[in-house]
Design a protein around this ligand. Structure first.
Ligand code: HMG
Ligand code: MG
Length: 300
């Protein structure tokens, strides 16, 4: 396998958006800075969405402003033109729009049909491109939907193609509820790569059923080289009941380094960042590697 993989750290957004315990803006800034210092240089730091929909992401503008001068790439989620204006006002250079492969999740998450969401994103993407802002595109529920059940790979291919054609530089395939298994993940990547180049496809796998690393490995074998992960395995989505966090960044780093793929991430610093945020949200990290390293430290 080629030895270059890009990790997109999504803990400060996907991780914290669904936590019970509110985390202050200062602590979120500290978390992003600690992740950056650990070697994670592409970080999704917040979202410009309705505060009624996702109260925990309020203050994302301040979080972004608190870290924007670091020499990294800081992404924010944008659902519509209002969100776009907020993101542009603080100087975001990369935004992410988020569509769904399923109607049920689209309706629950962003209160519109999949087709309507594309029409909402069209002016956002056009304006971003005119303003020199890069746009990442998410597709949720690529391997199953909490409302609609099984998802036909063709729906994922169609929506990925639309986002790509509209001008997204990268499409991130979200197994939002973490139900996928390696063969399905592999087949899906192969199918989508027929329309969007593999080098522009990211794997965004939640770990609800403990399959995320296996799915990532299958995707790596297919040639995908971009991984979204969350420090400590934080997170979930309020509109995906029961779904747990993204694959833990520690787990991804451990696997990649073990395969001889350098990540540039300092595990000790990453673990410290994870432990600090875990203490603030009041629960231990679910990442297996973080748990193992913490147990080892306690035994010393
Ligand atoms: P709506 O109610 O249909 O929107 O929500 P609306 O345009 O009718 O506006 C309703 C109210 O929201 C108004 O305020 C607007 O001003 C306000 P009011 O007049 O009632 O006081 N509003 C906003 N406020 C701040 N920023 C905005 C914004 N837009 C409207 N951008 C909407 C539609 C999309 C806004 C809403 O449903 C929403 O914000 N949804 C966000 C859901 C979300 O963030 N989900 C989690 C992220 S997705 C995810 O986690 C999956 C992912 O990780 C990939 C994966 O795992 O698969 C990405
Ligand atoms: Mg997610």
């Amino acid at each position: 396998m080629s030895n270059s993989v890009r990790i997109i750290e999504v803990g400060p957004r996907d991780g914290l958006q669904n936590e019970q315990m509110p985390v202050s803006v200062e602590a979120r800034i500290g978390f992003v800075k600690a992740l950056f210092a650990a070697g994670l240089h592409t970080i999704e730091v917040g979202s410009f969405v309705s505060p009624k929909a996702i109260p925990k992401m309020q203050g994302s503008d301040q979080v972004f402003c608190g870290v924007r001068d670091l020499p990294g790439e800081f992404h924010v989620l944008v659902p519509n033109e209002k969100g776009y204006e907020g993101a542009r006002a603080v100087g975001a250079k990369v935004i992410a729009v988020f569509a769904s492969a399923s109607e049920g999740f689209s309706r629950a998450n962003i209160n519109c049909s999949v087709a309507e969401s594309i029409e909402r994103f069209r002016p956002v993407i056009e304006r971003a491109r005119a303003d020199g802002i890069k746009v990442r595109g998410y597709v949720s529920c690529v391997l199953g939907c909490p409302y609609d059940g099984d998802i036909a790979p063709n729906s994922v291919v169609d929506i990925s193609k639309r986002l790509w054609q509209l001008g997204c530089y990268e499409v991130s395939l979200g197994d939002t509820i973490g139900v996928g298994t390696p063969t399905k993940a592999r087949q899906l990547l192969r199918a989508v790569a027929g329309e969007v180049p593999m080098q522009n496809l990211a794997m965004h796998f939640h770990d609800t059923y403990g399959q995320a690393l296996a799915n990532l490995y299958a995707g790596l074998e297919e040639g995908s080289r971009i991984i979204d992960s969350a420090a400590g395995g934080l997170g979930g989505c309020p509109y995906a009941p029961g779904a747990t966090g993204n694959v833990g960044t520690e787990d991804v780093v451990y696997m990649l380094e073990g395969m001889g793929i350098a990540t540039g991430v300092d595990m000790e610093k990453l673990l410290a960042a994870t432990n600090t945020i875990s203490a603030l949200i009041g629960r231990p990290p679910v990442s297996r590697v973080a748990a193992a390293l913490n147990a080892k430290a306690r035994a010393r």
